[in-house]
Design a protein around this ligand. Structure first.
Ligand code: SF4
Length: 408
């Protein structure tokens, strides 16, 4: 009876905390596409007999292609800061919940043992400063890893103001770490989160992550119970922007994104569209349209995976990407319509600039060329190429595809 009552209370708090995580991007969900929000989640019954404590897990795809059930949660929804966009900001009236590290770790182990959750993404409101909050997050994962033997996936949030040693420890026990920049620069951050310091509190930890990866050997194991968990690799790092919350342009967002990809080896930037939350200072600001989020992801992938430079992005006069056309298509219409690429001679980096051709399909073209010439668009079918998008920008053995206008 006691077990049921205590467990019911704990699961109820857990349900409350995890359901409030829908504002966080599903960082591991659907790699390569825009993150999905709460409707993607599915309720599961935690414990037989405890019927009112459904929690939410998120179907997630890890970078290695493995599919897992990811549990996203906060350690506490209490927060002493007052970020303008955030549902957890200090003083906002809603029911808050808190876990102690040991209590939380045991509860998650309960979910894991029952096959309800296979990995965890854990963050926290700020309580007692960034250093204390980070300590509690680290302690939670240490208990999970070393006391309870959890070998699964961990995405651990780095809190604003965390110390370098804490960042290093987080990197030793997690598979992914993240620092949410929220805005592309300090001026814009001041309009969203007046008490966060862009350079000292947010950018510095991301720089430490890169520096640690470059200068130190990764741990070969987390501990005796999890030997070889990550095979001696440091975790990946990601960030999130609250897109459209501070009136920033796409140029500002992508300038910072390009820096993070190029210089700090960030795995991915997430563009979480601003959504007004009642009873916050930005409650009357309009939500950011989904198409803006989509265009930012497309442009960021061009920067990260396709060899594009920021200067090549088709920004409009206001510094934003055109909403009606994807940025690669816009670039190709300007640069390739009049001089299509010969598909039998183009280098990989050139092929990557053709709409409908991605890194894998560019490799497939190079392999197919070793077998013989590609003489018409039908030769591209089966190579993972969107032929209708690619053909207008290609020559096949010197000729345009049938039906394509000759612009020479
Ligand atoms: S510090 Fe984090 S949880 Fe607290 S108000 Fe700001 S964004 Fe929200």
């Amino acid at each position: 009876m006691f077990y049921n009552t205590a467990m019911k209370d704990a699961l109820s708090r857990l349900q409350s905390l995890s359901s409030q995580m829908s504002f966080e991007p599903d960082a591991e969900c659907n790699a390569g596409s825009a993150p999905r929000r709460a409707p993607y989640s599915s309720p599961v019954e935690c414990t037989p007999g405890i019927r009112d404590t459904d929690i939410y897990v998120h179907p997630a795809v890890l970078p290695n292609g493995q599919r897992i059930k990811l549990f996203k949660t906060l350690l506490t929804s209490v927060c002493e800061r007052d970020c303008y966009y955030c549902p957890f900001r200090a003083g906002r009236d809603f029911r808050r919940a808190t876990f102690q590290p040991e209590e939380f770790a045991r509860l998650f182990a309960h979910l894991y043992e029952r096959g309800i959750a296979e990995g965890i993404f854990i963050s926290s409101g700020m309580a007692g400063g960034g250093i204390r909050t980070q300590d509690r997050l680290i302690e939670t994962i240490e208990i999970l890893r070393f006391k309870l033997g959890f070998r699964g996936y961990v995405h651990l949030k780095i809190m604003p103001g965390a110390e370098r040693a804490q960042v290093e420890r987080a990197m030793q026990i997690a598979d992914r770490v993240s620092v949410n920049l929220e805005a592309p620069n300090s001026g814009r951050l001041a309009q969203l989160a007046p008490h966060k310091q862009f350079t000292e509190e947010l950018l510095a930890p991301l720089k430490w992550v890169d520096e640690i990866r470059r200068t130190q050997s990764p741990p070969l194991m987390f501990g005796s119970s999890t030997a070889g968990q990550r095979g001696g690799r440091w975790p990946s790092s990601v960030t999130q922007f609250v897109t459209g919350g501070a009136g920033e342009s796409d140029l500002e967002l992508l300038t910072t994104t390009a820096y993070l990809y190029r210089h700090l080896k960030l795995k991915r930037a997430y563009f979480s569209p601003f959504n007004p939350i009642p009873d916050t200072p930005l409650e009357n600001q309009p939500p950011t349209p989904a198409i803006r989020e989509r265009r930012l992801y497309q442009a960021s992938f061009l920067l990260r995976d396709y060899g594009f430079d920021l200067e090549e992005m088709p920004f409009e006069a206001d510094g934003c990407l055109p909403a009606q056309i994807d940025p690669k298509q816009a670039w190709a219409q300007i640069n390739l319509s009049g001089r299509p690429l010969e598909v039998n001679r183009a280098e990989r980096r050139e092929l990557l600039r053709v709409p409908g051709i991605g890194p894998k399909s560019a490799e497939a073209i190079l392999r197919a060329r070793r077998q013989g010439k590609l003489r018409d668009p039908s030769a591209l079918r089966g190579l993972g190429i969107v032929v209708a998008r690619a053909a207008p920008f290609l020559l096949f053995d010197g000729k345009r595809a049938a039906g394509q206008p000759d612009l020479f």
